[in-house]
Structures are given as C-alpha cells and as structure tokens.
Ligand binder design. Structure first.
Ligand code: ATP
Length: 353
C-alpha cells in the first residue's frame, strides 16, 4: 500500500496554557485537494504551520509519504507554502521571483530557465517573465506566487488563505483556476480558508476544524448533505437545526419528537437522547408534496432576492423559532405573509452531537 501523502498522528499544540490543537489524526491521500475549513481560531493555520515545519507540535508526529518529518526544518521538507500576502520580491523580475527557490537549491541556469518557463505557462503567465511585480494585478501576483511554489516540485503545496486579498469576483475565478492547476500538476494541495463556499468549490476533501479538533471530514457533498455534527451542519451553508428527543427506534429509523412535530428519520440514536435535525433551507417548502409532512405555519419576517432564488426567514407560529426557507426564483414572498411549511423527513439529518 502506498503511504499517505501526509499523515498527522495524534498532533497536539499548546501555546503556554492555550490548547490550539488536540487529538489531530488525519491521513491525506496523494494528489488530493484538501481544504482545512473553520472559524477564526479553530487551529487551521497552526496545523498548516506544523505541516510546513514552521512550528514544532507539542505532541504527535507528522509523516510525509511515510517519512517522519516532525523534527525536519521547513527548507528540508518536500513542501512549499503560498501565503496570502504573496511575499514576492519587488526588485526582481517575475522570472527571478519564480526561479528564486531553484537558485537557492543550486539548480543550473539553463535548467532553471526551462523550469521557470514551464511553471509560468502552467499558471497562464508565460508572457510576463521579464516584468516586475508592481506591473501585475492582484490575481496575476497570486498566480506568480503559485508558480514559484510549484516550480520546485514539492510533494505537498500548502496554501494559507491564498485568495483572501482578492475581491469576490476575482476570488471565484481564481478558485476555478486553482482547482484546474491542481488537477493538471497532480500535486497534493492543503489549503486553509474560513470561506465555506470556497471550500465547496475547490476541495476533494474538506476537514472542518473547530476549537483545535476535527469536527467533520469528507467530500463537500457528504458534509453538506450528511453533516456529522451540529457545528458542521451550521458552518457549511445555511441550515435549520430543530432540537428534539428520540422517542422510539425501529431498525434504521428513529422517531424524533420536536416542537414542530414528530418525524421518522433515518439514523440510529439512543431512546431519550437529545438530538437535532438538520434541515437545509432548500428542503423546507411552502406547499405540500410527495413524502412531505406539515410543520405548521410561519410568518415571513424577512425576504431577499439572490438572483437564482429567494431566501426568507419565517417566524414559526406556535413555537419560538426562526426558520430559513429557500424559494424558487419566480416565487415572490413579502414580509408579513403567512406560509404553511412542509418538509420530507428523508431530507432531515439526525445529529447526535
Ligand atoms: P485564523 O483563520 O484566524 O487564522 P485559525 O483557525 O487558523 O484561525 P490558528 O491561527 O491556528 O487558528 O489559532 C488557533 C488558536 O491558537 C487560537 O486561539 C490562537 O489564538 C492560538 N495561537 C496561534 N498561534 C499562537 C501563538 N504563536 N501564540 C499563542 N497563541 C497562538
């Protein structure tokens, strides 16, 4: 069996008495695009810095392709990092910037030139080799930083909020490019962001981090559709969490009693346990339909148009809760309107933690 591109074994990190990471066990498959996602302070950057060798963990081991690198300094690791501020040298040409790492490694001039050219082509900037950094736009600088990191052919490329400085439109465009470049080079990418849309757009695997631990780990689809915890359900996309209690069980179905009704939902949980049902706004409907059950009525308190859909908040009549609802483009709602609410229990996800 080929070893994982990266393996974290029981990593812990403390800064004084502050615990930044604990019990991190994670294997990253060769050639995958992995995104560490979570709120500020969750421990993403600390874990990335431990992988890059900029921080030594308080406990545990880091392996790259099966080799223990826990004690290996950054320059001796098969990793390179792309930072948010690019850290390009203003006095050097673009080619000089991209070739810098190769020069440091003593690669001869001719080979260096060929590899720099190839790396610039890869990011679509072959024509900029002789220019200076200040002549390039933010998106182009980001691509130069990427070319500079890829030119040394690392086993793992680390990206710390690399698109954070770009405006929204450019950011979305760069996400697509980043994903395309990663697939082209086949290098393992580990990318840190707190932007869940960015994570869903680019990741093969998302690692949801919170308070120094891994909350959830899987493909974007799996985490969105079947989140493992309340935190993951709330952090990835909009959500409604309906708190309830397990009233009964039957093979793979649990009967959940909630203030909005009783629902038979797939999943296993102990009778009497406090649980939550995750219900995405697009799975809450203002009309009855196949498999749907009634959840009572609500008053629209807020409605917004998002181009592809309308999103509204509804105050439930009878229970003190606000529900989020996503409606088709042509279905216009106005504040004050009463809606009857329906959902299919098959769209509800049982969360035990
Ligand atoms: P952000 O998106 O804000 O960078 P993050 O998820 O990357 O957040 P980290 O930067 O890894 O989080 O920080 C995790 C925790 O460790 C935070 O509580 C932070 O304050 C703490 N921390 C990080 N670096 C240090 C340090 N050098 N000294 C003390 N505490 C630190």
């Amino acid at each position: 069996m080929t070893p994982a591109a990266v393996e974290f074994r029981d990593i812990a990190m403390r800064f004084g008495d502050k615990v930044a990471l604990q019990g991190i066990n994670l294997a990253i498959e060769e050639g995958s695009f992995v995104v560490l996602l979570g709120p500020s302070g969750g421990g993403k950057t600390t874990l990335l810095n431990i992988l890059g060798g900029f921080l030594e963990p308080s406990g545990g081991q880091v392996l790259i392709k099966g080799q223990d690198v826990t004690q290996v300094p950054p320059a001796k690791r098969p990793t390179t990092t792309v930072f948010q501020d690019y850290a390009l040298f203003p006095h050097m040409s673009i080619a000089g910037n991209v070739g810098f790492g190769l020069r440091m490694r003593g690669v001869a001039r001719a080979e260096r030139a060929a590899r720099v050219e190839k790396a610039l082509e890869m990011v679509g900037l072959g024509h900029t080799a002789l220019r200076r950094v200040h002549e390039l736009s933010g998106g182009q600088r980001q691509r130069i930083a990427l070319a500079r990191a890829l030119v040394v052919e690392p086993s793992v490329l680390l990206l710390d909020e690399p698109l954070g400085a770009l405006d929204m439109k450019l950011r979305r465009q760069m996400q697509e490019e980043l994903k395309a470049i990663q697939k082209r080079v086949g290098t393992t990418f580990v990318h840190v962001t707190h932007d869940q849309e960015e994570a869903m757009a680019i990741a093969d695997v998302i690692v949801v981090m919170n308070e120094g631990s891994i909350e959830d780990l899987g493909t974007p689809e799996r985490i969105y559709l079947q989140p493992a915890s309340r935190f993951a359900a709330n952090f990835m996309g909009e959500n409604n969490l309906i708190e309830g209690r397990v009233a009964g069980r039957e093979s793979d179905t649990a009967k959940i009693t909630t203030p909005l009704g009783d629902f038979a939902v797939a999943g296993k949980a102990e009778i009497g346990a406090s649980v939550a049902l995750s219900l995405r706004p697009e799975h809450l409907h203002p009309e009855a339909g196949d498999g749907r059950v009634a959840l009572g009525q609500g008053t629209v308190i807020e409605a917004g148009f998002f181009g592809t859909h309308h999103q509204c908040s509804v105050a439930h009549k009878g229970h003190d809760t606000i529900l989020k609802l996503r409606l088709p483009q042509k279905r216009i709602v106005v504040p004050g309107e009463t809606l009857s609410l329906y959902a299919d229990p098959a769209d509800m996800v049982l969360l035990s933690r």
